[in-house]
Ligand binder design. Sequence first.
Ligand SMILES: Nc1ncnc2c1ncn2[C@@H]1O[C@H](COP(=O)(O)OP(=O)(O)OP(=O)(O)O)[C@@H](O)[C@H]1O
Ligand SMILES: [Mg+2]
Length: 331
Amino acid sequence: MKNSDFDEVSFLRRLVREAFESVKLMPREIKTIKAPSYYAFEFLLDYERGKTISSVRFHKAMDEYLLIELYSYRGVILRAKNGEPKIRVESSRQHPESINIGIKTIMHSYKEELKDMSLPIVLGVGDNYKPMIIDLANVGHILVGGATCQGKTNLLHAFAQSIYYSPRKVSEGCFVYYIDPKGVEGPRPYFDFYLTTMEEIRKELEMLCDKIEKRMNDTQLSRYPIMVLIDDLADFVITDKYFMDMLVRIAQRGHWAGVHLVVTSIPLSSQMFPGILKGNIPTRICFRVVDKYESRLVLDTPDATLLSQQGEMFFSHNGKLTRLQTIKTLE
Ligand SMILES: Nc1ncnc2c1ncn2[C@@H]1O[C@H](COP(=O)(O)OP(=O)(O)OP(=O)(O)O)[C@@H](O)[C@H]1O
Ligand SMILES: [Mg+2]
């Protein structure tokens, strides 16, 4: 650990301890974790048998103390898993590090882990700089939120590159669609289809809906995986309600038929973003947003307001939040 790291970690640790003491909790620190953009501390509470972490929630004062004391310093997030006497405190680093590793290198060094995945995608790196790779085919469709310029488009490129640099049998057996209504990205070797005009998009989405119907009606049909990346939903919704209907159909049935969506959007009001679409997109990612309300629209928690730099996000799946720094793919 460098000297400056050491100072920062000790300073944070002291603040956290004092906060705990102020509400007469004496947790045991079990882990200090370093990541490119944050430090995390994990504590174990010495609780009487039968009591669980939900009791800690009643210590509202602690929450407030920590937030007041540390929020002004830098974003701190306090998280506790239900039923476990474990508390995790995360704090943004004063001098975040940039990650100089590309998707290609990650995919090559994690070959073993990818063996049984049908759509492996690199989310980013988190605790102890460890890359997190998930199978899109397993987690359901993903909705990506975040304020402008925080890294949504960059992440979609990372997903497309993940497939491109996957072992041959993955990359050759699936298709990647990139739908870019703003028309700013341009085609790339790692997109199989690049669609920008309304006519192209409409035609291909209709074909995907058809394909899903056919695959559902005839189980003998090949179900090679298809990843559909949609960069900026807002443009669609505003221009044409028909697109929304097609998207809802893909979101509802695509997962079972091998068609997987990743949709980015600045957090939209619930009116613009119908519950039926959200309800069918179970997995969420949120980059930094300004407003707690916006963070809640995507993650159901206000945590994304505490993120501090471009490329930092929370990944939310099955009720678990993971903080990650995405891999830079755009210049
Ligand atoms: N993981 C990252 N590490 C470092 N810089 C990043 C990372 N991700 C994004 N950036 C920087 O942020 C800039 C904006 O990213 P991007 O275009 O993906 O944002 P966006 O959320 O799509 O914005 P918009 O809503 O305007 O489309 C990039 O050009 C890049 O310089
Ligand atoms: Mg963008």
